[in-house]
Design a protein around this ligand. Structure first.
Ligand SMILES: [Zn+2]
Length: 284
């Protein structure tokens, strides 16, 4: 069985670090994992500092390299989380300054994909907590630019979004259309399980967190149209916030053993749907 975790983080500054995370994941039956860039301050960096953005991206790239060295299929997704935008605004940056900085971060991420160092851009997106309208508008402009650059370089994109039901999916569809990017390459990270079918029917790639009670079962009602993720933070100060990749692997194996999931569905979720997102960028 080929378990694939579509969105995880590994961080030796706060948790186990990539060597131990990949060792445990492999031992639990894991075959592939995508490592997504964290927050600049989660690796000891300063938000708004270009040098730290480079180090943040390189950290995710190295995590994927270590995973490949350990025999896993792996790629890096690099970008800046919407929380970085909010931090800069709180620090007194103007909206235009933040937008310019975020566009630079998008361009840098696109270059990592062009150079074969990363498979995708992310996580860009909108805060999942309530923020004022001008922040949402700023984040939407950044997302649109990320989608346009992903179209240019043939990258996947991981979007971090609020959980606003069908309206959230509809707004992503709108941005995807404007950017002219292939919607299959656009991952709705941490989507509500019940919305997986709705997002897939609109061409997007839903990524369902396995750690949230009942959501995998909700997602499966629409069929095996999604990929799965642990969204592991690798932060010992936040235990239980999300499940680790090795628990994702054992949960999926239990679903198959109990007959909740057929071997065919497992193959679709962990191989075919992964290929649909990354194409030639990842040898799944
Ligand atoms: Zn994440």
């Amino acid at each position: 069985m080929a378990v694939f975790d579509n969105h995880a983080h590994a961080n030796e500054f706060t948790g186990w670090g990539v060597v131990e995370v990949t060792r445990r994941f492999r031992a639990a039956g894991g075959r592939g994992i995508v490592f997504v860039a964290l927050l600049t301050w989660s690796i000891g960096g300063r938000p708004g500092d270009r040098g730290w953005v480079v180090r943040l991206y390189d950290h995710a790239v190295r995590n994927a390299e270590v995973a490949r060295g350990a025999g896993l299929v792996s790629g890096a997704v690099v970008g800046l989380h919407p929380a970085e935008c909010v931090r800069l605004l709180e620090a007194g940056w103007g909206v235009g300054e933040v937008e310019g900085f975020m566009r630079w971060a998008v361009d840098l991420a696109a270059r990592y994909v062009e150079e074969g160092r990363a498979v995708g851009l992310g996580e860009f997106g909108r805060p999942h907590w309530p923020v004022d309208g001008r922040v949402v508008e700023l984040c939407n402009r950044v997302v649109l630019y990320a989608l346009e650059r992903a179209r240019d370089v043939g990258a996947a994109v991981h979007l971090h979004l609020e959980r606003g039901g069908q309206a959230t999916v509809d707004s992503v569809v709108e941005l995807v259309k404007r950017a002219g990017v292939d919607p299959a390459r656009v991952v709705m990270h941490h989507i509500e399980g019940a919305l997986a079918g709705y997002a897939y029917a609109r061409g997007l790639s839903p990524s369902v967190p396995v750690g949230r009670r009942g959501e995998f079962e909700d997602a499966l009602r629409a069929g095996s149209v999604f990929v799965v993720e642990s969204d592991y933070l690798d932060d010992k100060s936040r235990p239980g916030a999300v499940i680790p990749p090795w628990t994702l692997a054992s949960k999926l194996r239990q679903y198959v053993a109990k007959g909740v999931l057929s071997a065919d569905d497992m193959y679709k979720i962990c191989v075919e749907n992964v290929r649909r997102i990354y194409g030639d960028l990842l040898e799944v």
